[in-house]
Design a protein around this ligand. Sequence first.
Ligand code: 2HA
Ligand code: ZN
Length: 275
Amino acid sequence: MKVLEAKFVQGFIRMCNDGWEQGWHERNGGNLSYRMKKEEAESVKEELKTDGEWKAIGTSVPKLAGEYFLVTGSGKYFRNVILDPEDSLAIVEIDEKGEDYRICWGLVNGGRPTSELPSHLMNHEVKMQATGGKHRVIYHAHTTNVIALTFVLPLEDEVFTRELWEMATECPVVFPDGIGVVGWMVPGGRDIAVATSELMKKYDVAIWAHHGMFASGEDFDLTFGLMHTVEKSAEILVKMLSMRSDKLQTIIPQNFRDLAVDFKVTLPERFLYEK
Ligand code: 2HA
Ligand code: ZN
């Protein structure tokens, strides 16, 4: 099968375009990666090159040895993915040590995989382990309202989780484990990758202060839906804070406990503190 005919590739392209249409991917902002299933890699093998040059990932991901990933390219625009996926995307293979990658398909006009490859792969390694292999998608987006909130809320997991839970009843059901936050860091390198992947041990969402968000999920629908739900909730919070600085009424801790029973989720008590 041709790469562009494969269902996972079409799903990936659609998700890039959905993110662009949300306004989360100005210029070359944001990146997406998908850990391919063995049978998916097999199904497109006729188009995968095996003579690409091995290059350093910039970090070590031994548990991802031999895995194939579909990723966005560094400096590429989400806006263009749907028009010219072979220019914007790449399939990369990880070597047997988990230290190098090589390009097997795509980036036909040259280029490298996403500048956030270390963060993507370290998150994949953590989430693959934590979910018994279920999570396959890591998504980074420049979500406007979440970024705005990182200037006015304390950069604490408990505060972001609780405030965003309060803004929409479905939030604690969609992200019951909560949200992690890292303070401002230089993007693109190993340090921010380590900090983010530490948070991904506990959460499916991590906020990068004054930059954006990372989300992890099983498939494109769940991961895009998670990003969308968190950002929608942040939009409501921004609107609420713009109208008045305090709430006249809200969802209170006991409401969350009642919701948890009916919706069969566990909501950690550390997010249900008295204010
Ligand atoms: O430009 O989003 O974090 C790509 C990015 C870097
Ligand atoms: Zn970014």
